[in-house]
Design a protein around this ligand. Sequence first.
Ligand SMILES: Cc1ncc(COP(=O)(O)O)c(C=O)c1O
Length: 430
Amino acid sequence: MSVINQQDQSRARKQQGADAPDAFLRETLEARKRAGLARKLRQLRGAPGPRVTLNGRDVLLLCSNNYLGLAADPRMKEAAQQAINKYGCGATGSRLISGNLEPYQELEHALALFKATEAALVFSSGYQTNLGTVSALVNERDAIFSDELNHASLIDGSRLSRAEINVYRHCDPSDLEQKLASRASARRKLILTESVFSMDGDLAPLRDIAFLAKKYNALLMVDEAHATGVFGPTGAGLVEALGIRDQVHVQMGTFSKALASLGGYVAGSKELIDYLLQHARSFIFTTGLPPSVLAASQAALEIVRNEPQRREALWRNVHQLRSGLERLGFDAGPEQSQIIPLRIGDSRLTMAACRLLLKDGIFAQGIRPPTVPPGTARLRLAPMATHTADDLQDALAAFAKLYSALQARKATPPHRLPLQPASVAVSGER
Ligand SMILES: Cc1ncc(COP(=O)(O)O)c(C=O)c1O
């Protein structure tokens, strides 16, 4: 006899409308679409280089974190292939349970040398590194001091820790100091900042922050996700470039940006690394990375250290693109890093600008809230070391058209414009 009776069936029928337990899925998705905030995956074919095939079209890629153009480097591919031949495809379990593969030891050793720290620990992603590290270092008896534009992974790690979160104004040491002074009695204090901010491309005032960390006896954790490979004489990051390695307790980074592989890491003292090994849950309760990924990361470290000409090429390209945009009339902000934020403001208009550029074969993804604060949607541009001067000239020709369209939009009734934000279907993943 069926356990579902007639009453159950009629209740289930009733719940198919707005009462259904999953009705919120459609409602939320529709609301996001209406607000111009729906995310969508775009199909990418082939190896990621300066040009890619996107939704079947050849386009110039201007929004990748593959800053040094290493993602399809033959040496990284060869290292990964050799690791597969030697070790197979998967790590088969948590590093603490199934055994720690040799490539992990080699990579952590190379990473500690690169960062000039006593030790290093590799996590399965940068996101997991921040989640596990922040939540291991502090708890409800402690206070976190976090830049208001910090990455979601730092925010999520902070929430998970249950420490009191004090958000200070972006890159503002005096606001940070005020907050540190007001929480002087907290058991532990942890300052969190990115060094190169991922969506604005500006640099944290690290020397001032390090000074305050010392003054208020706080731990300092710096996320070098977008600085590693790009800043410093050997590419170790902004902490290296500023010569403040001994003032930063936790140097965090990821292999997924300039190093064009996968996996996050922390570099620091032996005690810090041993502590995280015991306490960082996102390290303990997950499977290790495949050996091929570790070998590719190690090859990338070598290249980054030994080929400063890649950084030189990147800065040349950043300068060409940024100065070209400014000549066209765009405000690209001060030149601080490889990330160029072209703020448009309105989310729909930003995605319309993205589509207009795509028509001319330029892929510059629109970034919208909640990735960036409301009203600050933007095209986040990031040239690569492997773009040619001609590539960037092509891009600038497309940006010239975009600039005219944006100007025309300010002066003309909306229905006559090439940029009609409200009438176009929304797409894009950020
Ligand atoms: C500043 C920052 N920290 C951490 C991460 C997370 O790194 P991953 O992509 O390796 O998980 C990112 C990347 O999105 C980032 O931009």
